[in-house]
Each structure stands twice: as C-alpha cells, then as structure tokens.
Design a protein around this ligand. Sequence first.
Ligand SMILES: Cc1cc2nc3c(=O)[nH]c(=O)nc-3n(C[C@H](O)[C@H](O)[C@H](O)COP(=O)(O)OP(=O)(O)OC[C@H]3O[C@@H](n4cnc5c(N)ncnc54)[C@H](O)[C@@H]3O)c2cc1C
Length: 455
Amino acid sequence: MIEDWDVDHLVVGAGATGLAFADALVDHGDASVALIDTRPGPGGHWRDAYPFVRLHQASLFYGVASTRLGGGIQQSGPERGLHERATGAEVRAYFEAALARLEGTGRVIFRGGVTHRGGGVVDAEGTVVARTRRGTRIVDAHHLAPTVPAVTPPPFTVEGGAAVVPVGKLDEHLDARRIVVVGSGKTATDAVVHALEAGVPPDRLTWVRPRDPWMLDRARIQPEPAVFQTMAADVWEAAAGAGSLTALFARLEEAGVMLRIDRSVTPTMAKAPTLARWELELLRSVEDVVRLGHVHAAAPGRLVLERGEVALPARTVILHCAADGLPHPPAVPVWSPEAITLQPIRAGFPCFGAALIGYVEATRSGDDAKNALCPPTQYGNTRAQWAEMTLRGAASAAAFMGAEDVREWARGVALNPARVPRGYASPALDEARERIARSSPAALSALARLAVATA
Ligand SMILES: Cc1cc2nc3c(=O)[nH]c(=O)nc-3n(C[C@H](O)[C@H](O)[C@H](O)COP(=O)(O)OP(=O)(O)OC[C@H]3O[C@@H](n4cnc5c(N)ncnc54)[C@H](O)[C@@H]3O)c2cc1C
C-alpha cells in the first residue's frame, strides 16, 4: 500500500545536516517533516565509521541546535583542557536521541531504507512506498555527505591476492609485517595515530600521502569566544600580509593556526581538519612516506602509483583511508524551486549551516530573501579553495548576522563557533575584535586575490 504523507518538508538524508535542519525548523515554526534515508536509521556516515573514530572538532560544534552534544572540558589525557570530542558511538546515540525527540513532537516521521525518486518515496527495489502532497518542499540533505571507506571501494585497482582492507579493519591487522596507510586526510591520520597507540612501531608503517595536508591546531578551534576570535584575528592578519598562497599558509603556521606533518614539504591540500599537537608528534614518527602521487593499483608484492612503484614485503596489509570525507560539488543556491540544498554557511561548520537554514526556513517567506541571508560556502580542498571558503564564509556571516533575530538566535546556539554568549566579556576577546576590524579590509582583498591564485 502506498502511504500519503501530508508533510510540509521531505528531508532526504537523516545524517548530521538533515537532523540539524529538521530540529531548527520544527522548533521555530509549525512545519511537519518526513525524514528519509537509504540507511536504516539516523546518523549518516557515522553508522559506518571505523571503531576508533572521534569528532575531530569539539563536540559542542556538532549535532543539532536544540541539544548539546557532550560539552565538557577534558580533565585528563593529552588533550587536557580542550573541549571533549565525542566517539562514533556517542555521536550515533546522540543522533538516535535527536530523532526520538523530533518524533516525539508528533510532527516528524522517519523512514529508513528508502529514497526519493521521480516524485515518490521508493524502497531499495524501486517500489513506491509513499507519496508527498503537492507543495511539499524537498530538502537535499546529502549534497555534501561524505563517502567512507567501509562502504566505498578503494579508488584504485586491487589485483588478486593483494590484501587491501578498509580502515575499520585495522585492529584485525595490527600484527601485519607492514601496514601501508593510503590517504592524506583525517581518516588516514586517525589510522596512523591509532596504530602507533596500539603499539605498532613506526618503522612497520608506510604512509602513502599523494598530497601533504595542512591541518588546524585543535587548541585554536575551541568553543571559547576569546580563543576562537584570537584564532580568527591571526587568520585575518596572516591573510592581510600574504602575497601568495604559500606565504599565506606559512604565515598561518607561524601564527600557530596551521600545522603540517613534515616541515620540509609544502602541503597543497587544505581540507584543514583539526589536529592536536600530541597527534602531530606521533604522525611525525612515521618516516617511510611515499610521495609518488595517487595509487593506481595494489598488487601482491607491489603498489603502483602515478609516478612509480613501491615493493612490498609478504604479509603486507594496505589500509584504505582514501574515501572523500569532504566532497566539493559546486555551491548552489540553498533555496531553489527543486530543493532546499543544505550546505555550510559559516565556513567549515556544516551542522551550524544546516541549523541556520532550518531557522531561516521556519521564520521567513520568499526564497530570494532566504537566499540573501544564507549564501552557501564550500569545503576547502586546495589552498585556493580554503582561501575562497574563508572569504565566502566572512561574507555569509555578515549577511545572516545583519538580521537581528538571526543574530540573537545564533548567539544562543553552541554549534555557532563564533558565538559570544550574552554577558561574556574578556580583554582577549576585545583585543581580537580590534585586530580583526583593523586587518579586515586588507585581509578580504588578499583572500579574494588568493582564492583564484595557483601558488
Ligand atoms: C570520519 C569523519 C569525521 C568527521 N568529523 C567532523 C567533525 O568533527 N566536525 C564536523 O563539523 N564535521 C566532521 N565531519 C564531516 C561531517 O560529518 C560532514 O561534513 C557532515 O556534517 C555530514 O553531514 P551530512 O548530513 O552531509 O552527511 P551524512 O551525515 O553522511 O548524512 C547524509 C545521509 O544522506 C543519506 N543519503 C544520501 N543520498 C541519499 C538519497 N538519495 N536518498 C536518501 N538518503 C540519502 C545517506 O545515507 C546519509 O545517511 C567528519 C566526517 C568524517 C567522514
């Protein structure tokens, strides 16, 4: 039987952004929502994450606006004093609870194992199981969904006999004679750190890094206004004086904002996840780094790369960490006749962006007015894209912070990294604000130039 869903919004994707959107939409208006996902439950890519995954940022920056995810300061361990970061299990439990809260309102339904196609909701066999009414707005909550190694084959040929496993299987292969980590992103750095912490000596690890990454010092990206704004001031001043992308990132490194693993190599990748200094020290202990471009094929006894081959001993395991955790399709207007497409608005914070779009959708009419408040940003990949994201993020923040109610809402939402709670005061914050204001004109014009630069 085909169900008729009399809902205002059909949210396609029940991961981080779909839930953050629905949460803010429902809390600030009377909309009804159907949330659907091809996966069986909520939580998106976290349902397929490797066992030792954690958020790379503070928990407070992630999730939905109504309910904080964790939020305490770490009292022990190498990140003592920094905000806590949830484990994969904690993120999954949090999203289950977030969905239960939404369903509890009586205005939200969830259906897993289905997608939206040809105007209907269809199951895996393509059978239509539900229809929405005329006027239901479709919300694309998977435009920037990450691909993860557990459910995405490696982006290279695997010849018979080569032992290639997804990152989630690392614990089963810690005693391999050699572990070859393929990838330069957050997943690969997590894998290297985990293997070393589990007792694998650095000289049993080979790390294939097609590009070296720039990463943000986690201690600088904290939900503490003075800390976050001081970091922003450093970025602004670094940009203001930078004549090239290489100079920009060198200045950011000098200011303690950006980190790189190998100081003798100029990284060209700038997805810029956060990294802690203790992790950096561990990553630097791996000396067998292969920089021969992307892997083309894994064969027994050898790895074929863009610019050469590497011989591998028997009992080598190749760890697939090469899925695209932060895809970069072009930014599109959030509101269009076809769909509301969830994207980050303030640079680099997808949950805040989705929640903001939910709030604006609940409180405004007219797509042009909504689009004017929420110009989207993309994720970074190259250094120029990072500059572009930073530039666009600044313009977007100015746009939505120009509306008094949005400003007030954003001030109360922990997902907003730049929020300054009412009553918060600190000389360091005042100083950071002054530095930002002083360097802003030069920084913006430099970023505009660097966003289209090649070196
Ligand atoms: C290991 C890892 C760690 C990360 N850590 C952080 C962090 O600390 N902080 C941070 O801000 N970001 C982090 N990110 C990035 C972040 O999780 C994502 O950018 C974003 O928040 C994911 O939200 P999403 O809703 O776009 O994707 P997802 O959470 O993956 O949700 C998208 C959902 O859409 C579903 N879907 C896709 N297509 C369809 C379809 N056609 N029909 C129905 N359903 C569909 C998918 O099954 C999925 O469940 C991390 C990413 C990874 C991979």
